[in-house]
Design a protein around this ligand. Structure first.
Ligand code: S3P
Length: 426
């Protein structure tokens, strides 16, 4: 599917976003192995989180969807059933990597795979710790989906993550839910802590000290009523739109502001963006607030080390902001971008080139000079949701109308993206 995006004079009004993708996945998986009926409001409308629900259903857990609420009828730690066929994670790295921790601990075997993009993403990062816990997993060429998982009685491990990955951390902790004793994970840098907060909420015995997380297994989880905050990584597209289009003034309601996710707001403010948080409340350990942003001149800057890890999903749209900033943006330590839904360094660079933007690519990042003119172009998502949305935002500031090929990729995390964009961009 192709979308046409016209240049905008302003981006203004108010938006409310679908539920956070990361949190939705975790709530659904934990509700499936909790005892009783969990109700989840504002569950992500994205295809990825529906892949997770599809897997949960295929594991014999009833899931009802009505009036924007998901009801999951959990059957406890032993309640999953052997799936009849391959579990389909679709485009979702979170689904395959996190669910594998649970599948590895079952009394049955299962097979989980996904689409062409997912089939190219590395799974050895979860296979290694799960093997240490006693699981046996086979993968295509030893590291790619589909995975054939032979369920086993897992034992607890102490594991230092070689890459900063919340998905891998989650996979190990989910395996630890079924193991007798202390599962300990050390992180090289702090990654999003939705798993730790959700586990506590569902009643697991878990504690965090610095960058070390300790889970005491086995766990008996209890069903919960939960509200998923709006997705800050989806909000990022509109925040950048408001910063690069003249006369913009936008309010984003009900956004997740978990400190392990909100580095974006500090980074934007540090570059001179006029961004304010209007109100904050708490739900199930997660912070939720409203964000007000106005068109501002942004300086640009450097993104490296722990900050790169904290902003990994926002880098495509920050590249767009960098090209419009005064001094440009230098991104380092971002080799992980090469193994996302696409090689995002390559797909960012290709769309920049099409818009006539200069970008210098490095193995682990890129440098994009500031004060650049965005030219009308035929853009392509290459099937990657965040590339579709980032460059549709760039198109708002282009010299003329742009087209986005494979724009439907946006529905992986944000099916309402183009409707919302049309509503707030004039
Ligand atoms: C996610 C973690 C990140 C992120 C992804 C969602 C999560 O991936 O890029 O979109 O929900 O835990 P990694 O764990 O591979 O860094």
């Amino acid at each position: 599917m192709q979308e046409q995006i016209r240049p905008a004079r302003s981006v203004s009004g108010a938006v409310r976003l679908p539920g956070d993708k990361s949190i939705s996945h975790r709530y659904a998986m934990l509700a499936a192995i909790a005892e009783g009926e969990s109700r989840i409001r504002n569950y992500s409308t994205g295809a990825d989180c529906h892949s997770t629900l599809g897997c949960v259903r295929a594991l014999g857990i009833p899931v009802d969807e009505a009036d924007g609420e998901i009801v999951i009828h959990g059957r406890g730690a032993d309640g999953l059933e052997s799936p009849q066929s391959l579990l389909d994670a679709g485009n979702s790295g979170s689904t395959i990597r996190m669910l594998s921790g649970i599948l590895a601990a079952q009394k049955f075997d299962s097979c989980i795979g996904g689409d062409e993009s997912l089939s190219r993403r590395p799974m050895d990062r979860i296979m290694r710790p799960l093997a240490e816990m006693g699981a046996s997993i086979e993968a295509r060429e030893g590291r790619f989906p589909p995975l054939a998982i032979h369920g086993a009685k897992l034992h607890p491990i102490e594991y230092s993550l070689p890459v900063a990955s919340a998905q891998v951390k989650t996979c190990v902790l989910f395996g630890g839910l079924f193991a007798d004793g202390r599962t300990i994970v050390h992180e090289p840098v702090r990654t999003r802590d939705h798993t730790e907060l959700a586990l506590r909420e569902f009643g697991a015995d878990i504690e965090t000290q610095g960058r070390t997380i300790t889970l005491h297994g086995p766990a008996r989880l209890q069903a919960r009523e939960l509200q998923v905050p709006g997705d800050l990584s989806s909000a990022a597209f509109f925040l950048v739109a408001a910063l690069i289009v003249a006369d913009s003034n936008l309010v984003v309601h009900g956004v997740g502001l978990n400190p392990t996710r909100s580095a974006l707001l500090d980074f934007l403010a540090g570059m001179g963006a006029d961004v304010k948080i209007l109100e904050i409340k708490q739900s199930a350990g997660e912070l939720i607030g409203d964000i007000l942003i106005r068109k501002s001149r942004v300086r640009g800057g450097i993104l490296e080390k722990a900050q790169t890890a904290a902003l990994i999903d926002e880098i495509p749209v920050l590249a767009v902001l960098g090209a419009a900033s005064d001094e440009g943006l230098l991104v380092r330590d971002a080799a992980e971008l090469r193994v996302k839904e696409t090689d995002r360094i390559a797909t960012i660079a290709e769309n920049c080139r099409r818009m006539g933007l200069t970008i210098h690519v490095r193995e682990d990042g890129f440098e994009i000079p500031g004060k650049q003119q965005f030219h009308a172009a035929e853009l392509d998502s290459f099937g990657d949701h965040r590339i579709a949305m980032a460059f549709s935002v760039a198109a708002l500031a282009a010299s003329g109308p742009c087209t986005m090929e494979h724009a439907d990729a946006a529905s992986v995390s944000f099916p309402e993206f183009f409707d919302t964009l049309r509503r707030i961009a004039e």
